[in-house]
Design a protein around this ligand. Structure first.
Ligand SMILES: Cc1cc2nc3c(=O)[nH]c(=O)nc-3n(C[C@H](O)[C@H](O)[C@H](O)COP(=O)(O)OP(=O)(O)OC[C@H]3O[C@@H](n4cnc5c(N)ncnc54)[C@H](O)[C@@H]3O)c2cc1C
Length: 321
């Protein structure tokens, strides 16, 4: 650890984290953003048409625009994954996978949602070597190959369509069975010449330097088989990956961080914003607003730590100044 103590550490570099960084730096807080990337889920949205003031914009472009704004006010950025947070009296230490530990008086948790993973042997090792969680991003890397799409519903079907458009042979691996209501989707996948593999889960992804095959288990019969593929697209939706925080802040039954209307979590000094929170509506403009709220609350919390205002009821007044 460098010995430098920040006023706030923001975890997440998408719209919630960047809006929080904008507000924090403008309040004069020494701000560090720790993020795995800039854009998060927003970068997967090719066209956003419901962000006030902008008719249409690619999600990544919107994130980059806010990042440029933040840079002007001097936030520091570390591109890394935060793996744990601990409290030391009046400060917090965020530990990262690669670059070490960072200390601050407050923390803003804005790390959104992450694609659900299969959690099977070979998956982590082969990410970027045939395992992907984003067909929109990676389909162009697979042309006329054999690929498996794992999942069901909207995400999976969009991935199937895209991968077929690149001439791939597509296997759709579904742990359940199609219902009558899915008839249209089944018809479409037949028309697209997709091989539908129901009642099956992936138990292992095999390959040395890149994906070579997957091991399948039939959940009804218990039979196992191997399927040769060049790619595996895990399209099972998104989840708030907060397991590492379960003893640190209160979570709801979906693993989302519970916050009040000021963005405060169950732990004083720790705030949260965006899709990682228990806010029902997961939208860019809402995540941005929550980021702003969390940053203003962090500022007021620090004021309180320093002996100005002392009553929580004063915070609202300060925020609106
Ligand atoms: C395909 C798609 C289309 C969409 N279209 C729209 C739309 O048209 N309009 C709209 O309003 N919304 C849309 N959304 C929703 C919108 O993208 C999200 O509501 C918004 O991105 C949430 O922002 P966020 O900052 O909370 O989190 P995210 O965008 O999920 O970003 C999370 C950030 O945290 C980082 N991170 C995660 N874990 C860690 C960690 N442990 N350590 C450090 N960093 C970490 C990630 O790298 C990322 O930078 C869409 C979403 C998707 C997936």
């Amino acid at each position: 650890m460098s010995g430098k103590v920040f006023d706030t550490i923001i975890i997440g570099g998408s719209i919630a984290g960047l809006a929080a960084a904008l507000y924090a730096t403008r309040q004069g807080l020494k701000t560090l953003v720790i993020a795995k990337d800039i854009g998060g889920q927003l970068a997967l949205a090719p066209r956003i048409e419901n962000y006030p003031g902008i008719k249409a914009v690619a999600g990544l472009e919107l994130a980059q625009m806010v990042k440029e704004q933040v840079d002007e006010f001097g936030a520091e950025f570390v591109y890394d994954e935060t793996v744990s947070i601990s409290q030391r009296n009046n400060s917090f230490v965020a530990s990262t996978k690669v670059s070490g530990d960072y200390e601050a008086l407050t923390v803003i948790l804005a790390f959104g949602k992450t694609p659900k993973s299969l959690d099977v042997p070979g998956e982590d090792r082969l990410v970027g070597r045939g395992v992907s969680y984003c067909a929109i991003c990676d389909a162009p890397l697979f042309k006329e190959k054999k690929v498996a799409v794992v999942g069901w519903g909207d995400h999976a079907f969009k991935a199937v369509k895209l991968l077929r458009a690149y001439g791939n042979k597509v296997y759709l691996i579904h742990k359940g069975e199609a219902k009558l209501t899915d008839e249209e989707l089944i018809r479409e996948s037949k028309e697209m010449n997709v091989v539908y593999v129901p009642n099956s889960t992936v138990s292992e992804i095999k390959g040395d330097k890149k994906v070579r095959s997957i091991r399948l288990k039939n959940v009804k019969t218990g039979d196992e088989s191997e399927l040769e593929v060049d790619g595996v697209f895990v399209e099972m939706g998104y989840a708030a990956k907060t397991g590492w925080l379960k003893d640190f802040v209160q979570l709801n039954e979906n693993g989302e961080i519970i916050t009040d209307k000021l963005g405060m979590t169950s732990r004083p000094g720790v705030f949260a914003a965006g899709d990682v929170t228990d806010m029902l509506y997961k939208q860019a403009v809402i995540a941005a607003a929550q980021g702003a709220i969390a940053a203003l609350s962090a500022y007021n919390y620090i004021q309180q730590l320093k002996g100005r205002p002392t009553r929580k009821s004063d915070w609202g007044k300060l925020i609106s100044r």
